[in-house]
Design a protein around this ligand. Structure first.
Ligand code: ADP
Length: 360
């Protein structure tokens, strides 16, 4: 039986940098940071996408009211557009206020679709608003999200730090570099006082940054304009005649710091690309890469290296005649094989395939 050619084409999304915004805990202002970082980067002229990965409590749609709803295009989804930012969220696919009675495997498959089946087109930055916690969905995101870096959001008090440390550990385990810490609700500045008031304590963000050996990207004050505008879908960066809210400047500084920290991370955001794919016979194929290198693969060698958790644990016996009944592209960065011998979970990202090709 011949090796089937891709069952779905690799669409040409071109995303330079994927950033996760995570907190480990709800209510610290993670979504507020994700949205306003997106707006501050958009203000600087970058093309931005936002992926609301909180399947159970999507909140970005309220903050960013759409001018265009998402559109279905075959098995692909065109994202919504809000304030010039492309956005996808579970909020577009269920009524507001409706309980999210979704079982974990379904939530996971929604996340996989958001990661792989959204037609972002060309983006400078895709920002993923991570759901709170460090469970199955977060693991799927960290494994499949191809993130260049993660930003940790915390409030100053110790109880918020406990959870954000768990999120930091997840990214470190998944080899996603931590870009820095944003401390939200750092202080309140009443107009009649000279000194700010530290309602939730002081220095939690700096402490976390020191522990993780990453920079503090900025501190955002408690600003009533943030919740007022967020609840009504007004941008913090539009002057309504009373001047910009205090927090807007803090977000601009954070956007500058994010850009300069990403510069320091350097070429890690560059992704390997596939130029051409050739089938040789039912057990072998070749790939020509963006740098002109051509590698030839045998499916049995590939299955021995299957990166899925079950194969990594069990090291199954593999014969030399391994074939695949299906193979398709995952996003613009990986291939997935359904081997005849059973396993169909391994996602082979292009970096991994390139390295295997070099070895073979
Ligand atoms: P999370 O995503 O961590 O659950 P949200 O971003 O939804 O948190 O923020 C929770 C609430 O706090 C929202 O009502 C939001 O408007 C408000 N909020 C967040 N940051 C600030 C801030 N710096 N000043 C005032 N209100 C804030």
């Amino acid at each position: 039986m011949p090796l089937p050619i891709m069952s779905s084409p690799i669409r040409e999304n071109s995303i330079t940098t994927i950033l996760a915004v995570a907190a480990g805990k709800g209510g610290v202002g993670k979504s507020t940071v994700a949205v306003n970082l997106a707006l501050a980067l958009h203000e600087k002229g970058y093309s931005i996408g936002l992926l609301d990965a909180d399947i159970y409590g999507p909140s970005l749609r309220r903050m960013l009211p759409e001018v265009r709803l998402p559109q279905q295009e075959g098995e692909w989804i065109e994202p919504a557009v809000c304030f010039g930012i492309k956005m996808i969220s579970m909020a577009f696919f269920r009524r507001e206020g409706q309980p999210a009675a979704i079982r974990a495997p379904i939530a996971n498959s929604v996340i996989t679709q958001f990661l792989n089946k959204v037609l972002w087109g060309k983006l400078d930055y895709l920002i993923i608003d991570f759901p709170p916690g460090t469970g199955d969905i977060q693991l799927t995101l960290a494994q499949q999200g191809k993130m260049s870096a993660a930003i940790l959001v915390t409030t100053p008090q110790e109880v918020a730090l406990l959870d954000v440390r768990k999120a930091a550990a997840l990214f470190t385990q998944m080899r996603v570099p931590l870009l820095g810490v944003v401390e939200n609700m750092s202080y309140y500045q009443p107009s009649h006082l000279v000194e700010p008031v530290y309602l939730f304590g002081k220095g939690g963000g700096a402490k976390l940054a020191e522990e993780e050996e990453i920079p503090l990207l900025g501190c955002i004050p408690i600003d009533p304009a943030v919740s007022f505008r967020s609840d009504r879908g007004f941008s913090l960066f539009i002057d309504d005649g009373t001047g910009l809210p205090m927090a807007a400047e803090a977000f601009r500084t954070i956007a500058d710091n994010v850009l300069s920290e990403l510069d320091k991370l350097g070429n890690r955001t560059q992704q390997r690309r596939m130029r051409e794919f050739f089938q040789i016979d039912s057990c072998h194929f070749s790939i020509v890469w963006d740098d002109g290198q051509k590698h030839t693969y045998s499916l049995s060698d590939l299955q021995k290296e299957c990166p899925c958790a079950a194969c990594a644990e069990q090291s199954p016996q593999i014969n030399s005649e391994v074939r695949a009944h299906e193979m398709h592209g995952v996003g613009n960065y990986a291939l997935k094989f359904s081997f005849n011998s059973g396993c169909s979970n391994g996602i082979y990202d292009f970096d991994m395939l390139y390295q295997l090709g070099e070895r073979q």
